[in-house]
Design a protein around this ligand. Sequence first.
Ligand SMILES: Cc1ncc(COP(=O)(O)O)c(C=O)c1O
Length: 382
Amino acid sequence: MIDPTVRSQFNYPTDLIYLNTGTLGLCPKSAIDAIKAAIDEGEANPGTHLQHDERWAQVKAQAARVVNATPGEIAFTRNTTEGANIVCNGLPFSPGDEIITTNHEHIGNILPWLARAKRDQLAIKVFDLAPSPEEILARIANLLTPNTRALSIPHVSCADGRVLPVQAIGAWARERDLWYFVDGAQAPGMVPVDIRAIDCHAYATSTHKWLLGPKGTGLLYVREDALDLISPTCVGAFSCADAVDPRAANFAFVPSAQRYEYGTLSGALIAGLGAAFTFLDDIGFDSIHSHDLTLANQFRDGLQKLDADILTPRPTHSAITTFRLPNIPYADLQSYLMNEHRIRVRGIYEAGLNAIRISPHLYNTAEEIDLALKAIEAAKKL
Ligand SMILES: Cc1ncc(COP(=O)(O)O)c(C=O)c1O
């Protein structure tokens, strides 16, 4: 387990039990300090902290290491939703094309596809997640038609935390020459991610969740050979290597995923993101994963004793657990935990689950999980 004194490296109130990293992670003080220092330095020295200076390159290299990509395959974004929009609007679909996705999508990775489908007469085909990887692949295969072009699949379900067989799906998609996008909002920083092994064309994440980066930061990975497939829809100064002659109208995108970054971004947030990566690296991604998993298993064992309805399949390598109590609507339980016990969780309405999700991370402790279980036990008697 991670040393509980790690908590002192965060600013949040000591009486709050924060179990909602799946929505937003908490920035360590070192990242907050890095943001402030970058703002101070940048404002005191106009013209410094420019986009794509040495620091940007360093942070991009850190990001690439986290997911086993090359820096040239990474674009900084504001969040997963932006990444999903870039991918689904950039793929060369034609009317009648079909995209396969799941019934567990977050709105941030279903609305972009639905909107594109509506605009360009595409069809979104949805399958219900199944407990086993084999059954998931079978359900995907059931939806395959000659018009299938793409798959959009979450790495970890935001609804019940299950980890999907993204690597097996990648191999299946490659054999059929399908475009493959993975929504990794809930994965890097929580489970080990090897994008190369997943073999997707693109992968998006929000670094403000499990990677503890500043709010409003994310990453989009686009595999090198997919850079010209996924056409940038928002373009600007940073998409292009050279000055553009509007009369000649010929230009070349930079030969990297930077082409998706278009206009000016906040250098301070990138500095903060770099500090968050360093913070995580110092603790160790493997230690964090096993800490989170230990807490999740402790919570699931406790829930089982309480006869709660646990919706997260076991075994799973994810830190997220989703459950219901039969006696109390999920929204009431969420308010009760916050108002009576200072425990922050999230209600889950995705896939009609109407349940509660807890997502513990490195700043949570076994004692906090015990307190959460006691609070849930008390809620059973309401
Ligand atoms: C699986 C999944 N996709 C997309 C999103 C959207 O994330 P963001 O609002 O950071 O774009 C979330 C947020 O919780 C999510 O869990």
